[in-house]
Design a protein. Structure first.
Ligand SMILES: *Cc1c(COP(=O)(O)O)cnc(C)c1O
Length: 400
């Protein structure tokens, strides 16, 4: 078979399967001219919370904002330390810095690529306020052990679930495993919109109220409720019931907290409402694709992904390891197969964090992985023919 090019993820193929539905909904919104925080946003928040099985969901503009607002809602800021993984997308640590706190990196496990819980306690100080485990590439971190450490030291747990929507841990859904969880709907995530989007979820009534206040400039009814909560003021505040942003709301111009402008818009929410019911099917397809790759590649000198027995991995990325990564990636490229390197520089060695004083050798596993890992095409619409072609090329390379 001669394949021209197989991308890491093919969003056009996904769009074709849901085009009519999406087009109709988007056009409806354009004619309604109600773009911000309307019926679709309200409905999507409820549908997402029901899907996960959690009480509150607060949609925001992206996954990074979700993390920043969650950290602020927990009262984390200047002088505080937050423990996280160095083997993740930059935004996990960036959000900690954005609220004025300091990220403290703990090395990862070589097999799951997730934070090594055995190394967390040695990094806990009197300044530590929270742990952000990242469910990297779609596989859940060791949440029981992490929660146990958090309980012992009175720390809060924020799940960075941006890569793991729909995943599970010991039969429980990712996002229900800590105090609060953050998701991204960036187009290439397992559940993606047509632009930027994100959501915060929690079972905690107070955290939810504060997040709602913070996402819209700490203003209006939500801002006032959040302010009252933070300052222990008991006062009844009526919820803003309006679903139409074109209606004048005087309280919108009264600000109670320094917040953000971080909202999901109606068009994104409508698109997500079409996609959410398909997420489980798509994730199952990803799992089946991973199983196929595993089967075909297990007898090569490539290291295939390790799947922990406690988890339902949703393969946001299918990540292999090779000692000859650069050569192999080039070979695949010559044969029309895209690859991606996640992540080439662990966060403790990023230029932006030079001020934290880490050096090479501080996080041996994250550094080791950063030289070996690479992702191959993974998405629900991959065909059997394409996967065979990819597996054949990987095997051919091994034989050379
Ligand atoms: C994508 C991602 C984010 C940030 O999400 P955005 O929507 O791009 O802001 C945060 N953490 C992880 C692990 C991610 O993969």
């Amino acid at each position: 078979m001669k394949v021209v090019f197989i991308p890491l993820i093919d969003l056009k193929k996904q769009y074709i399967t849901i085009r009519d539905d999406i087009n109709e909904k988007v056009l409806d919104i354009l004619s309604s001219a109600n773009f911000i925080m309307g019926d679709n946003v309200k409905a999507f928040e409820k549908e997402f919370a029901d899907y996960i099985g959690i009480k509150h969901s607060i949609s925001v503009a992206n996954g990074t904002d979700a993390l920043i607002i969650a950290l602020k809602a927990l009262g984390i800021g200047r002088g505080d330390e937050v423990i996280t993984s160095p083997f993740t997308f930059f935004s996990t640590a960036e959000s900690i810095s954005a609220v004025g706190a300091t990220p403290v990196f703990v090395d990862v496990r070589r097999d799951t690529f997730n934070i090594d819980y055995k190394k967390i306690e040695e990094k806990v100080t009197s300044k530590t306020k929270a742990i952000i485990p990242v469910h990297i590439f779609g596989q859940c971190a060791d949440m029981d052990e992490i929660n146990e450490i958090a309980r012992k030291h009175n720390l809060r747990v924020i799940e960075d679930a941006c890569q793991a929507v729909g995943g599970e841990y010991k039969g429980r859904k990712i996002g229900t495993l800590g105090d609060i969880a953050c998701f991204s709907f960036f187009p290439t995530k397992n559940l993606g919109c047509a632009g930027d989007g994100g959501i915060i979820i929690t079972d905690d009534d107070n955290l939810a109220t504060i997040c709602k206040g913070l996402r819209t400039h700490g203003s209006g009814e939500n801002g006032r409720k959040a302010y009252n909560l933070i300052n222990n003021i008991s006062e009844e505040v009526e919820e803003d019931k309006s679903n139409d942003n074109t209606i004048y709301n005087p309280l919108k111009y009264y600000n109670y907290l320094i917040g953000h402008n971080s909202r999901l818009d109606e068009i994104q929410a409508a698109i997500l409402r079409v996609k959410l019911p398909l997420l489980d099917t798509w994730n199952e397809k990803r799992r089946a694709n991973a199983k196929y790759y595993n089967e075909r590649l297990k007898d090569t000198n490539l290291i295939i992904p390790f799947e922990d027995k406690n988890v339902k991995h949703v393969y946001h990325m299918y990540v292999l390891q090779s000692e000859k990564r650069e050569e192999l990636v080039n070979y695949l490229k010559e044969n029309g197969i895209a690859t991606g390197v996640y992540y080439p520089v662990p966060l403790h060695l990023q230029k932006a964090y030079a001020n934290l004083g880490y050096k090479t050798g501080d996080m041996p596993n994250a550094e080791y992985l950063s030289h070996r890992t690479f992702a191959i095409p993974m998405f629900a619409e991959l065909t059997q023919e394409e996967m065979e072609y990819i597996a054949e090329n990987l095997k051919n390379y091994g034989r050379r």
